[in-house]
Design a protein around this ligand. Structure first.
Ligand code: FEO
Length: 171
C-alpha cells in the first residue's frame, strides 16, 4: 500500500505531466499555424511523451494499491513571439519539472519508500534527456531563426522525430 502523502504528491505530478503535454500540444498548434510542420511534429511527439510520463505514474499508483485522483488541467499559453521564445519556455519548464521530480524524490527518501525511489529514478534520468534536448534545439534556433533557409532545414530535421513510448520497456 502506498503512503498517503506519497500518493498525493504523485497525483499532483500526474497533473503536472498532463499540463506539460497540454502546453506542448499548444506549442505544436502554434508551429503548424506558423508554417513550421517539422517543429509542430517535434512538439506533438513531446505532447505524446508527457502523457506517457503521466500514465506511468497512473499505473504505478494502482500497482501499489492506491487511488488515482485526476484534477483539472489549467490553461496554457497559446501565443508566442517566436520559435526561440517557445524553446526558452520549454527549457525553463523542463527545469521546473526536474525540480518537481527532485521534490518527489526528497519525500520518498524522507519516508523511506524504497519502491518509489526506484520508480522515480526513471524520471530523474528522463529529465536529464528532456533538458538536454530542449537546450540543444534552443541553441540552434537562437542562431538561425532569422535565416529562412536554415530554419527550413532544421524544420525538415525535426520532422523526422518519431514517437516511442519509452515507459513501456522500462517496467
Ligand atoms: Fe515529463 Fe518533459 O517531462
Amino acid at each position: 500500500m502506498i503512503n498517503e502523502r506519497m500518493q498525493k504528491e504523485i497525483n499532483e505530478q500526474i497533473n503536472a505531466e498532463l499540463w506539460s503535454g497540454y502546453l506542448y500540444l499548444s506549442m505544436s498548434a502554434w508551429f503548424t499555424q506558423n508554417n513550421l510542420p517539422g517543429f509542430a511534429n517535434w512538439m506533438y511527439i513531446q505532447y505524446q511523451e508527457e502523457f506517457t510520463h503521466a500514465m506511468k505514474m497512473f499505473r504505478y499508483i494502482h500497482e501499489r494499491g492506491g487511488v488515482v485522483t485526476l484534477k483539472p488541467i489549467k490553461a496554457v499559453d497559446t501565443k508566442w513571439k517566436s520559435a526561440t521564445a517557445i524553446f526558452e519556455q520549454t527549457l525553463s519548464h523542463e527545469r521546473t519539472v526536474t525540480s518537481l521530480i527532485n521534490s518527489l524524490m526528497d519525500t520518498a527518501h524522507e519516508i523511506r519508500d524504497y519502491a518509489t525511489i526506484n520508480f522515480l529514478n526513471w524520471y530523474v534520468d528522463e529529465q536529464v534527456e528532456e533538458e538536454a534536448n530542449a537546450e540543444e534545439i534552443l541553441e540552434k534556433v537562437k542562431m538561425i531563426e532569422k535565416d529562412k533557409a536554415a530554419m527550413y532545414n532544421l524544420d525538415k530535421e525535426l520532422s523526422t522525430r518519431v514517437f516511442v513510448d519509452a515507459t513501456l520497456n522500462a517496467e
